[in-house]
Design a protein around this ligand. Structure first.
Ligand code: NAP
Length: 279
């Protein structure tokens, strides 16, 4: 097989870790391929997506702001793309573009591997953006009985629940205000996911200590900084706390697997991320 390629489509893309992750994995596995980040405007998107049908192209990742706009440009989408209304991975299958969303599946796989088990219990998601949607999908996939979505803008939490409900029949979805997290809880939650962007900006949502017990896991979806105020507060209240590195690496790994049929070496991925965060 001759040289192959994959790429990231977005605007901006300069901050992305994906080229470093995938190129390191290609090198480690001896795969003759490269991955680059392409700055693509909305107007350029159709032509750039058409190029992905080339025989030497494995596929692409898609990031903001194109995760929704690209959907009509591909040939086939997975059920999770229909549910989430966004895709992040395209695979070129003999010229047909098949798309999936590995954010949600990556979070679910990392939680499973990390023994974070929401099955048979209700869970909470803070936030109502794209990462919150993926979190609700992952919690439903792992068997949570109910998910409460709390957001600063309550209407967005309601809209998230209304759009996901038809796709996630096995789970009760509820919405409310982020301010409710500051109030005492009737009982501790097994899993609380912070999918607001506060952690990314050195801030944290106010979560009452009674929301946690020693059986609780607090998941911060931001990964830089690696420890956030949300995680510190959860640990002080007795919970286990994790950041979003696992989700990041597993969404990338699932895309890599779909393009190459091989699993990337996770230790290589981890080394790339640690180097970048330290820098
Ligand atoms: P987004 O669509 O922009 O959503 C941002 C969310 O944060 C909204 O719910 C927003 O509430 C809330 N928010 C923003 N500022 C706030 C404030 N001052 N007070 C309270 N709530 C506030 O972002 P996203 O793409 O979902 O990303 C959310 C987080 O997940 C980010 O930290 C991102 O880095 C992380 N993430 C991680 C991964 C990973 O692989 N680990 C993947 C994707 C995202 P409103 O609706 O009220 O504005």
């Amino acid at each position: 097989m001759s040289h192959r390629w994959a790429c990231l489509l977005g605007e901006p893309v300069a901050h992305s870790l994906s080229p470093a992750l995938h190129n390191a994995a290609f090198a480690a596995l001896g795969i003759d391929a490269h991955y680059d980040a392409r700055l693509v405007s909305y107007e350029e998107l159709p032509a750039v997506v058409a190029e992905l049908r080339a025989a030497d192209c494995m596929g692409a990742n898609v990031t903001a702001p194109h995760k929704q706009a690209v959907i009509p440009l591909v040939d086939e989408v997975g059920d999770e793309v229909r549910a989430l209304g966004a895709l992040n991975t395209i695979v070129n299958v003999d010229g047909r573009l098949v798309a999936g969303n590995t954010d949600a599946a990556g979070l679910a796989r990392w939680m499973r591997l990390s023994h974070i088990d929401p099955a048979g219990r209700p869970a909470v998601v803070l936030g109502a953006g794209g990462a919150a949607r993926s979190s609700v999908w992952a919690l439903a996939d792992l068997g949570a009985t109910a998910v409460v979505v709390l957001n600063r803008t309550v209407e967005r939490a309601q809209a998230l629940v209304t759009s996901l409900e038809p796709h996630l029949k096995s789970v009760d979805l509820m919405w409310g205000s982020l301010a409710e997290a500051a109030e005492p809880a009737a009982r501790p939650w097994r899993v609380v996911i912070n999918a607001t962007s506060l952690g990314h900006h050195g801030a944290a949502p106010d979560v009452h200590p009674s929301w946690y017990s020693r059986d609780s896991v607090a998941i911060e979806l931001a990964y830089n900084p690696p420890v956030t105020g949300f995680m510190v507060a959860a640990r002080e209240a007795g919970a286990r706390a994790e950041n979003g590195l696992g989700m990041l690496l597993h969404q990338a790994a699932l895309a890599f697997e779909r393009w190459t049929g091989q699993a990337p070496p996770m230790d290589v991925y981890e080394a790339v991320v640690r180097e970048r965060i330290a820098a």
